[in-house]
Design a protein around this ligand. Structure first.
Ligand code: PLP
Length: 462
């Protein structure tokens, strides 16, 4: 089918108008869709069309069928998980990247993809206060970034693994609050669940460095081979930060790879007042910070930093003849540093965000989110019906009604049914806990206040 570019131009303008209206007024929609599982699938034909359809039909069905099935992460009332939004400059970058459809397999297949990735991650690295030795690379998710960290750690500890296959008995350490992606990465690499040590946490949900060291010594004495520690800066449930300096000391003493999962909270290292929490992460071998969590960049963009790109390259470089190019030290071939061969132009949207918002603009947004979280924590503390169950170092507040798990579950369900707010939950010390995460560019202090008032009113009705 020959494209009619006049028609494309016309509908694309309409689509851009729609996008601008949507981003400006996302609160018009219910934050959670009101449909039953399977409804979208039932509303669409089981087979694709024989003949091409007009753009109008596509856009009409987008509004009629797709939109009602969307959970609006852009909604200012989205306060679940790690709330996050894209931003208009990122959307612009994503549109242009889709138009270019250029693929950074190696340098020559797209110098722009390869070099802009280095530029943007270089800027972010400096803003995070990390030293220049950290090589930056973009992956889709933190799960995949951490998988690469574990693979590099294994390569360092067991360089024979590449030829001979992995040796059993390698031991991985993380806290019991670490994200499930760490365990999943270990599963993929064949480390085996019985070789993952989930180190206990202190009363504020931070890994206990003394327990970590004891576990390593116990494993060594038993003839096992510790190879990697994963510390978390901003755990998923409470955003606690493991004691990074003490853990870096232990990693150095025992010659272990240290990976820091800062998928959500890493962005906050841009704030001078939060930087002390991250002290020690500059000694890690690798770090992940997700731009798609708290840096206003739509899915997906995970910034992976590695201080030993030589080890990463040893683990992953495998070049078939058809992909060989002339050697040039400045022509980086990112396919040598990870699993994916194809590499989409994610850096473009991120470059647009960094330039449009600037370091100060990002700092202001993060600071506002943290400030509102602190206020919310105060309101919770002042209402004796509720208890706050974890400190609030960043923009997430964990709390519960002083009642049973069932009442708390009902409270969450009623709030989420309102269509105005979406909250999520976790479990801490065996109890059901509600979580409010502020991270959306459209969220205002008034939204947070209204969420709290709705929670109070709903608690009255329970
Ligand atoms: N690490 C932490 C601390 C997280 O909270 C999450 C997700 O919330 C992840 C990793 C996984 O992120 P992704 O969805 O990018 O794989």
């Amino acid at each position: 089918m020959k494209e009619d570019f006049e028609e494309f131009r016309r509908v694309a303008h309409q689509a851009v108008d729609w996008i601008a209206d949507y981003l400006e007024n996302a609160r018009r929609y219910p934050v959670l869709p009101r449909l039953k599982p399977g409804e979208l699938m039932d509303a669409l034909p089981g087979c694709g069309p024989e003949q091409g359809e007009p753009y109008e039909a596509l856009l009409a069905d987008f509004e009629r069928v797709v939109l009602p099935a969307v959970t609006h992460w852009n909604h200012p009332g989205y306060l679940a998980y790690f709330a996050c939004t894209g931003s208009p400059p990122a959307v612009l970058g994503e549109m242009l990247a889709a138009a270019l459809n250029t693929n950074g397999i190696h340098w020559l297949t797209s110098p722009a993809v390869v070099e802009l990735e280095q530029v943007t991650l270089g800027w972010l690295r400096q803003w995070l206060g990390l030293p220049a030795e950290f090589f930056g690379e973009i992956f889709d998710t933190a799960s995949v970034s951490s998988l690469h960290a574990l693979a590099a750690a294994r390569e360092m500890a067991d360089p024979e693994a590449r030829e001979r296959g992995a040796r059993p008995g390698l031991i991985l350490y993380c806290s019991e609050q670490a994200h499930s992606s760490i365990e999943k990465g270990a599963l993929v690499l064949g480390i085996g669940r019985q070789h993952i040590r989930k180190i206990p946490v202190d009363a504020e949900f931070r890994m206990r460095a003394d327990a970590l060291e004891q576990a390593i010594e116990r494993d060594r004495a038993a003839g096992l081979r510790p190879f990697c520690i994963v510390a978390t800066a901003g755990t998923t449930s409470t955003t606690s930060v493991d004691p990074l300096e003490a853990i870096a000391d232990i990693a150095e003493r025992h010659d272990l790879w240290l990976h820091v999962d800062a998928a959500y909270a890493g962005a906050a290292a841009m704030l001078p007042e939060k930087r002390p929490l991250f002290r020690g992460w500059e000694r890690a071998h690798s770090i992940v910070v997700n731009a798609h969590k708290w840096l206003f960049t739509p899915l997906d963009l995970s910034a992976f930093y590695c201080r030993r790109p030589d080890v990463l390259r040893r683990a992953f470089s495998l070049t078939p003849e058809y992909l060989r190019t002339a050697e040039d030290p400045r022509a980086i071939n990112l396919m040598d540093y990870g699993v994916p061969l194809g590499r989409r132009f994610r850096a473009l949207k991120f470059w647009f965000v960094l330039r449009r918002m600037g370091r100060q603009g990002i700092i202001e947004a993060l600071r506002a989110h943290i400030g509102w979280a602190q206020e919310l924590a105060r309101w919770i503390d002042e209402d004796s019906r509720f208890e706050r169950v974890a400190p609030v170092p960043f923009s997430v507040v964990c709390f519960r009604l002083r009642a049973g798990d069932e009442e708390n579950r009902q409270l969450l369900e009623r709030i989420n049914r309102s269509g105005r707010f979406f909250l999520s939950h976790t479990e801490l010390n065996g109890r059901y806990v509600l979580r409010i995460a502020i991270g959306n560019l459209g969220t205002t202090r008034q939204d947070v206040r209204e969420a709290w008032e709705l929670i109070q009113r709903t608690a009255d009705e329970l």
